[in-house]
Design a protein around this ligand. Structure first.
Ligand SMILES: [Zn+2]
Ligand SMILES: [Zn+2]
Length: 138
């Protein structure tokens, strides 16, 4: 299981021409194992415990590189926080206004917009639903 994940990460990185260094692998692994859409800050503070040589700059640079290469995606949220994820299958998001949690939403059955809207060409669309999550409701 662990080696499968590592193999998968190395392959993904090699496919886009990124050398799979230890730090890049650790960041990818963290994102794949923690589907909470962490910020760069969260990733840094978590990984620093396991790998004391990790620097904040490395984390920011690596996330930028991986995003440019299209192996992770960055979500801008309304608190000016950028959150990252390695789940590249199309999905939407649910944001809890009480606890701040950000969940994946299944978009099966939701029709994507037309290729052109009001004369504008659509390249990408994002679904962000806000509300109160089931934990906070109880
Ligand atoms: Zn909540
Ligand atoms: Zn997501």
């Amino acid at each position: 299981m662990r080696t499968e994940l590592l193999k998968d990460i190395c392959q993904t990185l090699e496919q886009v021409g990124v050398r799979p260094t230890h730090q890049r692998i650790e960041i990818m692994k963290y994102l794949k194992e923690h589907r909470v859409h962490p910020t760069a800050e969260m990733i840094y503070s978590q990984l620093k415990e396991a790998i004391p040589t990790f620097s904040k700059t490395t984390v920011y640079n690596t996330l930028k590189l991986l995003e440019e290469k299209g192996v992770i995606s960055a979500l801008a949220t309304d608190e000016d926080q950028v959150r990252y994820e390695a789940n590249m299958t199309p999905h939407g998001h649910f944001k809890c206004v009480k606890c701040g949690a950000l969940f994946d939403l299944n978009l099966d059955g939701v029709a994507p917009p037309e290729k052109e809207l009001d004369g504008n060409l659509v390249l990408e669309w994002q679904v962000m639903v806000k509300g109160i999550c089931s934990c906070c409701r109880t």
